[in-house]
Write a protein that binds this ligand. Structure first.
Ligand code: ATP
Length: 425
């Protein structure tokens, strides 16, 4: 069986790595991939990104299944185009991907279907937005409606900050079209977790839970990033919380999309805020796997991912279960100098340890030059994942891997997993 993974991040390296473990696989293509997928003898990079070329390639190579990593191609309709061409692909249609690509769409959907989320209103007029903020008070959250690569959200702790965010998005147009409309949302308090499931239009297969670390610096300080590390499972998602998330958030979403005439297919990611009483609220939906959550999740998946994906495409996810490594997996992101504002590219990377039974380093923003030297090529460069019988063991394994790696200006958090450790003791 031939499979193609679309994307070039750490998430896609982890997906392709996991798919390649299947005995049913003859070839795994990654389009366009990174240095990690290029170096892996089980994977083949394909230097294309345009949808029409991907379709031609998939037909020519007789690729039986395609999986999409990032949100941009999904929001642009890659799934619709593949299906129109008679090709099998796992992901949401362009319409369904609006659960991520338009925050106003997602909020209106949640309200219509009674899914717990923060109260909100949407504005395109700055004066009206300022008035609403004054009436609600701070803290309050301002979000650009469209895709903004994780940079479109301002959690304003003061009214002044909230007003500035409105001016930045609606008057100065600093987020472009993505910020032409803003969603203003009530501030939620609690602990965040990532809840990712596979959906076939009707049935749901939950993946292992996880927790991301969004801020650049230790103790959740510094600017927001794409994510600086993650571990799985997330102890905040107790069996009771898990059942409630499925009942109150995931199933109503899947049923709601079907009832609206646009069944959801693909990975669905609910970003949760779990309050002190264990009540789950939806902060956001993503229409794909999380990055870096995918790296520890895939490190724990013992089932054949191609089997799960095929059930996802066929509409038979109710016939299959996922088996997980009982160990904890913990991933530490190694980011480039200057990340997240202006990541420096081109620095040589050395010391990447080989894969072992209890750890693996996934690549993200990396490339190989003509001489074969691996260099930095993006904000988040690598993710070192350790596996262990406890959070502490997984953590020390992940940092042991990370500490062998060198590149100029490397940034990493030293406290990935601290929240889980705190909970357990
Ligand atoms: P991502 O990069 O995860 O896709 P995004 O740009 O889509 O992010 P959100 O996930 O909606 O934005 O918000 C980013 C972060 O802001 C959240 O992870 C959370 O920490 C914080 N946040 C968002 N909404 C709220 C809220 N209503 N109350 C408190 N914090 C919030």
């Amino acid at each position: 069986m031939k499979v193609m993974v679309i994307g070039n991040g750490g998430r896609e390296h982890a997906l392709a790595w996991c798919i390649a473990k299947s005995r049913r696989i003859s070839k795994v293509f990654v389009a366009p991939g990174n240095a990690g997928t290029a170096l892996d003898p089980n994977l083949t990079n394909v230097p294309i990104t345009a949808t029409a070329e991907l379709i031609d390639f998939a037909k020519r190579e007789k690729i039986e299944l395609t999986v999409v990593g990032p949100e941009a191609p999904l929001a642009a309709g890659v799934v619709d185009a593949f299906r129109d061409a008679g090709l099998k692909i796992f992901g949401p249609t362009r319409y369904a991907a609006q659960l991520e690509s338009s925050k106003d769409f997602a909020k209106a959907f949640m309200q219509r279907h009674g899914i717990p989320t923060a109260g909100y209103q949407t504005f395109s007029d700055a004066a009206a937005a300022h008035g609403y903020i004054d009436s609600r008070g701070a803290p309050i959250v301002i979000k650009a409606d469209g895709l903004a690569a994780g940079k479109g959200v301002v959690v304003a702790m003061s009214l002044e900050e909230a007003h500035r965010a409105i001016d930045m998005m609606l008057l100065d147009n600093r987020m472009g079209d993505a910020g032409a409309r803003v969603v203003i949302e009530d501030f939620l308090q609690g602990e965040e977790a990532s809840f990712i499931v596979m959906v076939d239009g009707e049935h749901v297969l939950p993946l292992a839970t996880s927790q991301d670390h969004k801020r650049l610096l230790d103790n959740d300080q510094g600017p927001n990033t794409g994510g600086m590390g993650a571990y799985s499972p997330a102890p905040v998602v107790t069996p009771e919380v898990h059942a409630r998330v499925m009942r109150e958030i995931i199933m109503p979403t899947v049923r709601g999309m079907k009832a609206d005439g646009h069944p959801y297919t693909g990975f669905l990611y609910a970003g949760l805020m779990i309050d002190a009483k264990g009540n789950p609220f939806t902060i956001e939906f993503n229409c794909r796997l999380g990055d870096p959550e995918t790296q520890p999740i895939m490190a724990r998946l013992k089932s054949d991912l191609t089997v799960l994906l095929e059930h996802g495409v066929r509409g038979t996810l109710d016939k299959v279960e996922a088996e997980w490594d009982r160990r904890v997996a913990l991933g530490v992101v190694l980011a480039a100098e200057g990340y997240p504002d202006a990541p420096k590219k081109g620095d040589p990377i050395s010391g990447i340890p080989p894969e072992a039974e209890d750890g693996v380093v996934f690549h993200a923003g990396s490339t190989q030059d003509e001489a074969g030297q691996v260099r930095t090529n993006g904000g988040r460069v690598l993710c070192a994942v350790g596996l262990g019988d406890s959070v502490r063991m997984a953590q020390s394994r992940a940092y042991a891997l990370a500490d062998q790696i060198h590149f100029a200006g490397m940034q990493l958090r030293r406290d990935i997993g601290a929240r889980a450790l705190h909970r357990r003791h």
